[in-house]
Write a new protein. Structure first.
Length: 281
């Protein structure tokens, strides 16, 4: 088994089979600890204090083991709005492909008091915010290249790409003293775009990157460049047909001389406790 916590012990793996409420097991210390759940394919949830960031959630892929009797909890990789209703919930959608976007996210309105959406594209005449949310909904469409949104306690930045006739983004999110990056299916000029992101922050605390092997797209090179440029301590890999492929990606990252940890999710709902290392912005 690879050494999970070498050098500065940046991540503690908690692969729990418990179905108890996640709020009972997550430290409420926004400056010290974040908790990450794997939600299938490219979907992840990150809890920082009383905030929950949800990226690219969908209920289409990886649902073979889910039945009507399966509890809808984070511990099973599923979102039940009642479970997270007391949190500040931020939902991010990188693009419209069905393995990254599911309209089910808009069914959470009315059950979560503090709910904010960030839609990373909108090519329709009527935006998704207008089509799927009420007039009083907190929904932000990040249109145009390198768009930004500033909510005071949270800032969101995007970099952009376009393939298969679908516009898409990667997100850089600053919440408190945490910097989180989610790649989505971003596949553009990463050297130029990483240089742009460096003008916003010189570090990233947690990154979610594409780890699936590809002869067409430089997923490994992009992830390695990100890790080096931003001194990323933890890389979560995603977009696998088979989760066992993550170990190959982790080995490839290590072979490139990158010191970032690459913890591999083995099942939906797996939970990871990530301790913050390094200084401020």
């Amino acid at each position: 088994m690879r050494n999970i916590c070498k050098v500065l012990a940046c991540i503690l793996i908690a692969a729990s089979s418990s179905t108890s409420a996640s709020a009972q097991t997550v430290p409420d210390r926004a400056g010290e600890m974040a908790t990450v759940w794997y939600l299938r394919h490219s979907g992840w949830a990150v809890r920082i204090g009383d905030a929950l960031l949800i990226f690219d959630y969908q209920e289409r892929l990886g649902m073979e083991e889910v039945t009507s009797a399966t509890p809808r909890t984070l511990e099973n990789g599923l979102i039940d709005p009642a479970e997270i209703s007391d949190l500040d919930v931020f939902v991010f959608v990188s693009h419209a492909h069905g393995d990254h976007y599911d309209p089910v996210i808009f069914e959470w309105q009315g059950e979560i008091e503090h709910l904010t959406y960030f839609i990373g594209w909108d090519e329709r005449p009527e935006s998704h915010c207008e089509r799927f949310t009420g007039a009083d909904a907190d929904c932000h469409t990040l249109e145009g290249l390198r768009a930004t949104a500033d909510l005071g306690d949270m800032q969101v930045y995007t970099i952009d790409s376009h393939h298969n006739d679908i516009p898409e983004v990667a997100f850089l999110v600053r919440y408190g003293d945490w910097i989180v990056y989610h790649n989505g299916d971003y596949m553009a000029d990463y050297i130029a775009d990483h240089a742009y992101l460096k003008t916003i922050s010189d570090r990233i605390d947690v990154a979610f990157v594409v780890g699936a092997p590809s002869h067409r797209w430089p997923h490994l090179a992009r992830a390695v460049h990100l890790a080096r440029e931003f001194d990323v301590p933890v890389l979560f890999a995603m977009h696998f047909r088979d989760l066992e492929m993550c170990e190959d990606f982790a080995n490839d990252v290590s072979a490139e001389g990158v010191s970032a940890e690459v913890p591999c999710a083995t099942a939906p709902g797996q939970r990871f406790a990530v301790a913050k290392i390094g200084g401020g912005l």
